[in-house]
Write a protein that binds this ligand. Structure first.
Ligand SMILES: Cc1cc2nc3c(=O)[nH]c(=O)nc-3n(C[C@H](O)[C@H](O)[C@H](O)COP(=O)(O)O)c2cc1C
Length: 385
């Protein structure tokens, strides 16, 4: 059994165990990937303030996210096609998150349908919704989320058109994979992955059954998104969603202070400062750099969460120090799933938890929910534009 000491161990194992086209899908960003890299660089260049001779013998990581207890200030960001990283991936990840006391956000573009994931999860999912042109489909998804008891609705607004990811287009990515000589060779190198996928009935886009033909390839998916994802969405549509969903509403994909204010006016209970993990507007700022202005614009009117480039507990600590209430990790937990299924997600969460806990001790912090800018070296902490 492989020992995974850090997230990088899980990432390497994921590369060995999952066909290349799905690792490319997980890792790539849009166009030149400058925003993808900026996300990482922003955390990396934010020095933590080492403190000594502080009694840190009693530390707590527990917090609440939208009124619900969380064992640490972490959520698993919605990732499309998790069921292609590992058969039944959404079910495995949701279970791992629930058992670890961390909210799991199920993507609209999941492989397993939300009913199957909710039935397998010991605690309520959060459901991520895209605003589609066919309002009947959107209303039906909201109704399904309500029917299975989802704890929050996450409306993603930064995908009105699709950012171009060259690797996915080159790979002809599809779910299930399209069989070309190249993909057949790739799959032949991963027999266990194939066997697992053959052993489940979840192989298409589970939430969109009937809307998307099985085996939809990238080109058809892109044209479907272009017909179905609505470039005409405005805040009026957000209010339309708000009227149909009476639970907590989270708006994801906010990078701008003005948009943050508008999100609160449209009824958001929380926003996620996010550039979609560098997969949408290439050239957009790192989410760490956008966070302070959004926090200032919103004040205490809604919770502010952040994602993008979180790869360690030290990054989590930096995000909390800037003022985020919750920190979402996408690829980091995706690596865990791809590397070792449910156990891998549990391990990834444990690694982040342990790194956060020890880093809190070394910065003189004892309560994750009370970490402030004082945990960052002052001169650099103020550098963020
Ligand atoms: C493979 C992949 C698929 C994603 N799919 C979705 C999605 O379906 N819905 C959504 O709102 N965000 C999606 N995102 C964006 C993530 O929710 C999140 O914003 C991003 O992954 C955070 O960056 P990180 O991966 O560096 O942590 C996706 C990201 C990745 C990497």
């Amino acid at each position: 059994m492989t020992a995974f000491h850090c997230i990088e161990d899980l990432r390497r194992a994921a590369h060995r165990r999952v066909p290349r086209m799905f690792m490319d899908y997980l890792e790539s960003g849009s166009w030149s990937e400058s925003t993808l890299h900026a996300n990482r660089a922003a955390w990396d260049t934010m020095p933590l303030r080492q403190r000594v001779a502080v009694d840190v013998s009693r530390r707590t990581l527990a917090t609440t996210l939208l009124g619900r207890a969380a064992s640490l200030p972490l959520a698993m960001a919605p990732l499309g096609l998790l069921g292609m990283q590992r058969a039944d991936g959404e079910i495995l990840a949701a279970r791992a998150c629930a058992n670890a006391g961390v909210p799991f956000v199920l993507s609209t573009m999941s492989i397993s349908p939300l009913e199957a994931v909710a039935a397998a999860s010991p605690s309520p999912l959060w459901f991520q919704l895209y605003m589609m042109r066919d309002r009947g489909v959107v209303a039906a998804l909201i109704e399904r989320a309500r029917a299975v008891g989802c704890g929050a609705l996450v409306l993603t607004l930064d995908l009105q058109v699709l950012g171009k990811r060259h690797a996915d287009v080159r790979n002809g990515l599809s779910a299930p994979p399209r069989l070309t000589p190249r993909t057949m060779l790739d799959l032949a190198r991963h027999p266990l992955w194939c066997l697992r996928l053959l052993g489940t009935r979840h192989r298409g886009f589970g939430n969109l059954q009937g809307l998307l033909p099985a085996g939809t390839d990238t080109r058809s998916l892109v044209s479907w998104i272009e017909t179905q994802f609505d470039p005409a969405v405005t805040w009026l549509h957000v209010e339309w969603v708000r009227q149909r969903w009476d639970g907590p509403l989270i708006i994801k994909g906010i990078l701008d202070a003005e948009d943050a204010r508008l999100a609160v006016e449209a009824g958001a209970d929380a926003v996620v400062v996010s550039n979609h993990g560098g997969r949408q507007l290439d050239g957009a700022p790192a989410s760490a750099h956008a966070l302070p202005d959004v926090l200032q614009a919103i004040g205490s009117r809604a919770e502010v969460h952040v994602d993008g480039g979180i790869r360690s507990g030290q990054d989590l600590l930096r995000a909390l120090a800037l003022g985020a209430r919750g920190v979402w990790a996408g690829r980091t937990l995706g690596y865990g799933l791809a590397a070792d299924g449910e156990r891998g997600v549990t391990r990834a969460i444990d690694i982040l938890r342990e790194e956060l806990d020890r880093s809190m001790a070394l910065t003189g912090q004892t309560d994750a929910a009370a970490i402030s800018r004082a945990a960052l070296v002052a001169s650099r902490a103020c550098d963020a534009p």
